[in-house]
Write a protein that binds this ligand. Structure first.
Ligand SMILES: NC(=O)c1ccc[n+]([C@@H]2O[C@H](COP(=O)([O-])OP(=O)(O)OC[C@H]3O[C@@H](n4cnc5c(N)ncnc54)[C@H](O)[C@@H]3O)[C@@H](O)[C@H]2O)c1
Length: 407
């Protein structure tokens, strides 16, 4: 049994803490006390079916705590899963929360192996080996989806661990990387999981190139949809026909208002920043394409508002149906519909919001509804990134590009 501390109990940290605590003693550390309090009651601070089930019903050796110093002191391994938000002024990820953990670990337990699970710029692990030469670091990219976080770690597409070849502890870290991969495999439910050990810098690149490919695919089908929309064609027929080519496939091709969520917008921008001095066209286009798509969707919404005005509605109200990216999600970090909302509001059009998970009366000055019937009554046009059956009785009011009525 290994003593493991996991820093950060968000989507990544909590799913890993639960997974690893099946076979190891795990300290789940966070700076937010309310999350730790919930975990102590075996309740999940995030919506995730498997995490909720495991916390309530499985035998886990999990110790939630806000005392990072104490947890790191007792740990053989510290998994770092703190946020790395994109800083648009510096054009790079802000890695300060990762470094806060690193510095605390170095104070209390300098020999512990630190596994960075946060998504970081390409070259980051190498740079921290130079900055903290006494530290032992490995980088392991995380590929889970929000809402299926534990499921994706129980059934991983692959497990990758990266070792910084520049570290004075490189050979010791190679062993630690293999051990970490083994711990993840032991927690998984699949017998066969592809595993790769590589250099940390390549592993960092795997993460950013994977997410940028996903963003590319979303952007591609969205631009196909924009084309069909402007030319008056049926996008769903085109997408269906395109998808039968097995090299393309019929998955992950449902148009939306743009790629969003916590990771794709920031990871594409970070990869573009990493391309500085390297020739490219595509990576920049992926970032730009998302902006263009949101401009197009907002224009369509504004046109529909004008149509309502011409048909006699005095001051049409636009209703934003859910702020989340996908149905079943419990957060709306960087969701694309917020970009649409911002553009529509900038035209002085009144906007209301239906978001049952938001416990506020207003969102950026717009009234938040929790009662769907009142919302449907007060909105003249309903704009939704994703369709939901509860909109069926007002479908003539709804604007969405959710052609296949699925995520
Ligand atoms: N969400 C995803 O789908 C996903 C997938 C793969 C990788 N990632 C990456 O993983 C990292 C974490 O993402 P997330 O979605 O789990 O974030 P999150 O915001 O859901 O959770 C991060 C947690 O870290 C805590 N925290 C902040 N500073 C801390 C500190 N010094 N000590 C202990 N806890 C601290 C926060 O309170 C929060 O609970 C990011 O780098 C992200 O890019 C996320």
């Amino acid at each position: 049994m290994t003593n493991i501390a996991v820093a950060g109990t968000g989507y990544v940290g909590l799913s890993l803490a639960v997974l690893l605590s099946q076979n190891n003693h795990v300290f789940a550390v966070d700076v937010v006390e309310s999350k730790i309090e919930l975990l102590k009651q075996h309740k999940s601070p995030i919506a995730d079916r498997e995490i909720e089930d495991f916390l309530a019903n499985r035998k886990l050796d999990l110790e939630p705590t806000v005392d990072g110093a104490e947890a790191y002191r007792k740990a053989d391994m510290v998994v770092i899963a703190t946020p790395t938000n994109y800083d648009s002024e510096k054009n790079f990820f802000d890695t300060k929360y990762v470094e806060q953990v690193i510095e605390l670990v170095l104070q209390v337990n300098p020999n512990a192996v630190m596994v960075i699970k946060s998504t970081v710029p390409v070259g980051y692990t190498k740079s921290i080996c130079e900055r903290y030469p006494q530290g032992r670091f490995i980088f392991s990219p995380e590929f889970l989806r929000e809402g299926r976080a534990l499921y994706d770690n129980l059934h991983p597409s692959r497990i990758i661990a990266g070792v910084p070849s520049e570290s004075p502890f490189a050979s010791e870290l190679e062993t630690a990387a293999k051990q970490f991969v083994q711990l993840l495999k032991e927690g998984a439910e699949d017998a066969e999981v592809p595993t790769l050990i590589m250099r940390a810098t390549e592993a960092e690149a795997v993460k950013l190139f994977s997410n940028t490919y996903l963003a590319l695919r979303v952007a591609y089908f969205n631009e196909l949809d924009t084309y069909a929309d402007v030319r008056g064609l049926d996008a769903s027929q085109i997408i269906e026909g395109v998808g039968y080519d097995p090299r393309i496939g019929s998955h992950y091709n449902n148009p939306s208002f743009g790629y969003g969520g916590y990771c794709l917008p920031k990871d594409t921008k970070q990869l573009l920043a990493n391309y500085r001095d390297v020739p490219q066209n595509l990576i920049e286009a992926i970032v730009e394409s998302n902006r263009t798509r949101k401009d197009h969707i907002a224009e369509q919404v504004i046109d529909k508002v004008w149509e309502l005005v011409y048909s006699g509605v005095k001051k049409p109200v636009v209703g934003i149906y859910r702020l989340t990216m996908k149905s079943g999600s419990d957060n709306f970090r960087a969701s694309s519909i917020q970009g649409i909302m911002k553009r529509v509001k900038a035209k002085g059009i009144p906007v209301i919001v239906f978001e049952p998970t938001l416990d506020e009366a207003e969102f950026y000055g717009s009234k938040v509804y929790h009662d769907i019937d009142q919302f449907k009554k007060d909105a003249d046009l309903i704009v939704g990134n994703r369709w939901n059956a509860e909109l069926s009785d007002v479908s003539d009011k709804v604007y969405t590009r959710d052609l296949f009525k699925r995520d």
